[in-house]
Each structure stands twice: as structure tokens, then as C-alpha cells.
Unconditional design. Sequence first.
Length: 203
Amino acid sequence: MTTIERRGRRVRVLYTPEQIAERNAEIAREIGARAGPDLLVIAILKGSFVFAADLMRALYAAGLSPEVEFMSLSSYGAGTESTGQITVLRDIDSGVKDRTVVLIDDILESGRTIAYAKDLLAARGASKVYTCVLLDKPGKRAADIDADFVGFTCPDKFVVGYGMDVAHAFRELPFVGIVEGRAGEEDTDNGGGDGADGDDTAG
Ligand code: IMP
Ligand code: MG
């Protein structure tokens, strides 16, 4: 079990860069098989930016020709629990009418974020809206939604890295990890609260 130290914290590796790359290649092939070659990929910022960038290249390797757009949605208030209220902070530029869309997010947790985005794009006339997440945390689902494409089913712990943050930190880690505690201290349980100041965007 690999652990690194950064910012005075210990972060335990949950999914390695190699495991993630392997899943990305598999997901890209699954998307190609179900969604066809001409897609509009919409990445929900900020947390999905690394996953989306790697997935775009995996889609290319799988023979697809996706276009990409970005959308920022707010959902988190001060804490790490979703408040349930979603608003569009930054919208996509392209129209989606009659197009096949693949919505990309880092984590599916309550499901409110992706359900909101999916309904919005369907209302704008997208012919099909698929959903794709790197991590599925099924334990806290509130909205009636499952992702069409999932990288990993994830334990109900607060994770960071590979684009995901706690209080804006750790997005640069090339792996997905769990913040375990202060460097040099005993392990503490990660229930999502320790140091998890949250983010004011669903990123
Ligand atoms: P939900 O599905 O609407 O509850 O929101 C999922 C969003 O919450 C994800 O896109 C992340 O931005 C954020 N999130 C949920 N769990 C975590 C976590 O463990 N680490 C970092 N962000 C998280
Ligand atoms: Mg997010």
C-alpha cells in the first residue's frame, strides 16, 4: 500500500495511474460501442478536468472523434456534503440539439450534479445524454440516477487527486488517493470530515 506525503499530509494511493489508464482505455471502447463515433463530450469542472483530458485521448485511441465542452456547476456550500442546490456557473458554448452527449464527471455521489446536467441537456434537445464518471460512490445516492460508464466503484471515503481536491489542494496528484492524516502521525479514519473544507463548486 503506497503512501505519499504532501502539504504535511499523508495520502494513501487508492487507484494508481496505471489502473486509471487501463480503465480509461476500456471505458473509451465501451463509449465507442454504445455512443457512436461523433460525440460531444461535456466535462463538468473542475474535478473532472484530468479525467476528461485523459479520456479524450483514450477516445481518440479507440477511433472516436469527440468534441469537448466544459460546464461549471455549483453544488457545494461550505461543507463536504452536497447542499442539493445546483446552479450553472459557466455554460457550454455549443448547441446540443440532436447530438449525442457524454457528460463527464469525477465522482457520482448523491447524483444531484449529474442528474441536473443531464436534465438540462435533454431539455435543450440532445438526442441522447450518456453519463460517465471516474468514481461511483453508490452509498450516498439521493437522485435516481446511475452512470452509463464507470471507472471504479469507490469506497465511501473522501478522495483526492487526479483532478479532485480538498479545499483546492491535491488536484495535481497523478493517482486517486485518500488523505489519511498528518505526516508522521498515527492513522486517522477518513470519514470525509478531516481537513475536508469542501469546495464551493461541484468540481
Ligand atoms: P453529487 O453526485 O451531486 O453528490 O456530487 C458529486 C460531486 O461532489 C463530484 O463531482 C465532486 O466534485 C464532489 N465530491 C464528492 N465526493 C468527493 C470526494 O471524495 N472528493 C472530492 N470531491 C468529491
Ligand atoms: Mg465535480
